[in-house]
Design a protein around this ligand. Structure first.
Ligand code: CAA
Length: 240
């Protein structure tokens, strides 16, 4: 029987590529999204992957959304914590709201999604929790004190939870994409973006599918001995 996967932020950008790659690999896939109804409807029409709307920043909404997905598709075997936002500003201009919004979605969102799904994975003695962190959680980034802190937090979460999941057949891993050609990166001012691309040894932005293939591998039975790890996929921009 096919396994079920839930991808947060799964209807656009890297998340959309992950949803499609998992479906192609034979999973029953549900894609969560928070805001863009039009993009979600288009994504479902094009891929046949159902989309479910709630904010990962809201714990109760996560619990209710997960219950709905499980009622529709069955227990979630693979959780991909992909949803993320940026609120970039140099620290002296960063507001408390910019800090809080990024922490709520990019760090607490990972707790809010994993916590309700975890007991079922433990009971069934199988699970895959894959969190999309970032190169900027590894190296820091000017203008991203909030985002870098949250994404680094995701790596600590991954390493701690991997130890708790190991005996229950649950692997917990992270992927740190570098700069990928999505709306999020295209929102960076062009001059800044050009200077970033100049720092990428392979000389280009990454493609969402290049991250999706890492997810499919980590979700597979073949990756059962890999837990607490970080796959770094950044075109050589930063070596850990
Ligand atoms: N290092 C040092 N100085 C830098 C710098 C850097 N990397 N980037 C900008 N500066 C300097 C500028 O040269 C400028 O200096 P001067 O005032 O002396 O000319 C100053 O900072 C700019 O200050 P401003 O007050 O004008 O800044 P701003 O309010 O316009 O904000 C910014 C600038 C929003 C931080 C903008 O530089 C920016 O968007 N940077 C990109 C941040 C980034 O990489 N975000 C990643 C988004 S994609 C993503 O997050 C996905 C992922 O996981 C990789």
């Amino acid at each position: 029987m096919s396994r079920t996967a839930l991808v947060t932020g799964g209807s656009r950008g890297i998340g959309a590529a992950i949803s499609v790659a998992l479906k192609t690999a034979g999973y029953n896939v549900a894609a969560n999204y928070a805001g863009n109804d039009e993009a979600a409807a288009k994504f479902t029409a094009e891929t046949g992957i159902p989309t479910y709307k709630w904010s990962v920043a809201d714990y109760d909404a996560c619990a209710a959304g997960i219950a709905k997905v499980e009622a529709d598709l069955g227990p979630i075997d693979v959780l991909v914590n992909n949803a993320g936002i940026t609120r970039d500003a140099p620290f002296h201009k960063m507001t408390r709201q910019q800090w809080q919004e990024v922490m709520d979605t990019n760090l607490s969102g990972v707790f809010n999604m994993t916590h309700p799904i975890w007991p079922g994975m433990r009971d069934r003695k199988f699970g895959r929790v894959i969190t999309i962190s970032s190169i900027n959680g590894q190296k820091g980034q000017f203008g991203q004190a909030n985002y870098s802190a949250a994404k680094a937090g995701d790596l600590g979460f991954t390493k701690a939870l991997a130890q708790e999941g190991a005996r229950a057949g649950i692997t917990v891993n992270a992927i740190c994409p570098g700069y990928i050609g999505t709306d999020m990166v295209m929102a960076v001012p062009e001059k800044v973006r050009e200077s970033i691309i100049a720092q990428i040894p392979v000389g280009r932005l990454g493609e969402p599918e290049e991250i999706a293939r890492c997810v499919v591998f980590l979700a597979s039975n073949d990756a059962g001995f890999i837990t607490g790890s970080t796959i770094t996929a950044n075109g050589g921009q930063f070596f850990v």
